[in-house]
Design a protein around this ligand. Structure first.
Ligand code: ATP
Ligand code: MG
Length: 239
């Protein structure tokens, strides 16, 4: 396994929000982590890349336990997060954002060319201030910035949020095309289960800090719980 999370527990102060999550991403796989708001998906990703410290459990990256490894070291080793909400440097240009993404490397100029090849829209907007890009372009920039670090594994948190369906398709198709040549595996957090299950081979459904279901993308696409969860039961307590 490229990424193996075992019995991960994560808390904010005394408030435990991830209660023992186990999941894996194999070589060449796109794995989706699905679930409604507030169930602990982002918390799980942040603990995976070292930005939050697990209170127990382990994270292994390519067979090595990295639970307490510093996030900067993990980026250098190829475990890279594309965060929820994109977290761009909004007052800086497209190019500057990308160059910063490659700060751990000495081949930024070369990689920039590769990213511009993947996203011609970004090349056209090379000098534009990131905060003035459209939502779709901002998401492309966030992915491009993550790719600048040469990830072996990309952890990506809700890339489809706020994007028109056509842009969602473009972004997810692009992610899909990265594996396995450019990136060895992707852990994709999404609330848009439909879209995620189109590119993932396997998925996990998270609920209240735990994995509720796991299986092939195909089996989960036809699962009643997933259908229910994404067809109107997202407002618990009503009806
Ligand atoms: N910095 C924080 N301090 C305290 N509690 C937090 C913090 N960040 C998240 N939480 C809480 O932890 C729980 C899980 O949050 P998390 O962001 O991991 O959920 P999520 O599944 O990513 O949700 P969403 O789909 O809305 O992004 C929520 O109850 C949230 O309120
Ligand atoms: Mg989240």
């Amino acid at each position: 396994m490229l990424i193996e999370i075992d019995q991960l527990v994560v808390s904010y102060g005394r408030h435990e929000v991830v209660h023992g999550v186990s999941l894996g991403v194999g070589r060449g796989e796109i794995v989706a982590l699905l679930g409604p708001n507030g169930v602990g998906k982002t918390t799980t990703l942040l603990a995976t890349c070292g930005l939050l410290r697990a209170s127990s459990g382990t994270v292994a990256f390519d067979g090595k336990i990295v639970t307490t490894t510093a996030p900067a070291t993990l980026v250098r080793d190829g475990l890279v997060l594309c965060p929820q909400g994109r977290e761009l440097f909004k007052s800086m240009s497209v190019r500057e954002n990308l160059i910063l993404g490659g700060i751990t490397r000495n081949d930024a100029e070369e990689t920039l060319e590769r990213v511009y090849h993947l996203f011609p829209r970004l090349r056209e907007r090379d000098r534009q201030i990131a905060g003035t890009l459209s939502g779709g372009e901002q998401q492309m920039l966030a992915i491009g910035r993550a790719l600048m670090a040469h990830p072996r594994v990309l952890l990506i948190d809700e890339p489809s949020t706020g994007l028109a369906p056509k842009i969602v398709d473009f972004v997810l198709e692009l992610l899909s095309s990265l594996v396995p040549e450019s990136v060895e595996g992707i852990l994709l957090v999404e609330q848009n289960a439909d879209a995620a299950l189109r590119i993932a081979q396997r998925a996990y459904l998270m609920e209240a800090g735990l994995i509720r279901l796991t299986g092939s993308a195909e089996s989960l696409s036809n699962d009643d719980i997933i259908r229910k969860m994404y067809l109107g039961t997202e407002t618990p307590g009503r009806g």
